[in-house]
Design a binder for this molecule. Structure first.
Ligand code: ADP
Length: 280
């Protein structure tokens, strides 16, 4: 239930506000009482298909291998792809205290609508508010246990569900995923402005499908065109956390549910940047 509260300088959307009387609604949702999450990180993109779910999965896998207990909340309700990347087929169980996420082979708890549907090919044909409420329940009704990081795979764009996540969950920061063929500047600017509105820090950018490294001659080819990520990052004062190549073995690992066995170091710098943020 949303609570009404008086505006204060920390809650008003106007930076200049010194504490007006405008009533503000607090949409924050309490976690399950058995949930203790240190950092909640949203992974966002301007449009679908740029590799947001892949980046979310790789980040969780990399951070997990570096000794941080990680979980993944799949908020992409109409296009869930996290369970497939991890080869998870078991369904979510529930106890009297809440829903129990399904753990990956390496112990990463995952919650996704596909783990509740009878068949993972069943479409979710629901109205926006129902989808948004489902995401809230993935926070309030799921027993996440003790986690260092919960990564949220957000649906693309700046619609209803990202807004719900930002307003209802304690998101500590977002990572923006782009690809070279996107209108990077515009997309990053939209994400940055939304984050500013919601007072959530942008932790950095990840460029996916950045280049292709030819296995025959070791040369790098910019098959989707020259990257502008450095200029865009600099113009917003942001860091480029990772550049991921187009890699058929990566796509194959995702398709076969073997993302945790993928041997690559493309997210190591991003992982270090997250650890540095934690130490600040
Ligand atoms: P999104 O979450 O942005 O919709 P996905 O992460 O589901 O995108 O990726 C879309 C498809 O592209 C998936 O099949 C994924 O395996 C593939 N893919 C993403 N990034 C790469 C990459 N760097 N190299 C090869 N395939 C990729």
């Amino acid at each position: 239930m949303a609570e009404e509260r008086k505006c204060s300088s920390t809650t008003c959307s106007k930076d200049s506000c010194k504490g007006c009387d405008k009533a503000q609604v607090d949409f924050s949702v309490k976690p399950n009482e058995l949930t203790h999450v240190k950092k909640v990180i949203g992974v966002v993109s301007g449009k679908g298909g740029v590799g947001k779910s892949l980046v979310t999965s790789l980040l969780a896998v990399t951070m997990n291998k570096r000794g941080h207990q990680c979980g993944i909340l799949d908020a992409d309700i109409t296009g869930p792809s996290i369970p497939k990347a991890f080869g998870i087929r078991d369904k979510v169980m529930a106890s009297s205290q809440g829903m129990i996420p399904v753990c990956s082979q390496d112990g990463i708890p995952v919650m996704s609508i596909n783990l509740l549907l009878e068949h993972d090919t069943d479409p979710v044909v629901w109205r926006g508010p129902v989808i948004a409420n489902t995401v809230k329940q993935f926070w309030s009704d799921v027993i996440w246990g003790d986690l260092d990081y919960l990564f949220i795979d957000m649906p693309p764009g700046t619609g209803d569900v990202p807004l719900t996540v930002f307003q209802s969950l304690p998101v500590d920061g977002i990572i923006v995923v782009t690809s070279p063929q996107e209108l990077v500047s515009m997309i990053v600017e939209k994400a940055v402005k939304m984050a500013e509105l919601m007072k959530i820090p942008v932790l950095g950018l990840v460029e996916n499908m950045s280049y292709f490294k030819c296995p025959d001659n070791g040369k790098e080819y910019r098959i989707f065109g020259e990257s502008h990520i450095d200029e865009v990052a600099a113009s917003h004062g942001l860091k480029v956390l990772a550049r991921i190549p187009v890699d058929p073995t990566l796509a194959d690992a995702c398709d076969k549910g073997l993302i945790e066995s993928f041997e690559g170091s493309c997210m190591e710098d991003a992982a270090k940047a997250l650890e540095e943020k934690e130490n600040v």
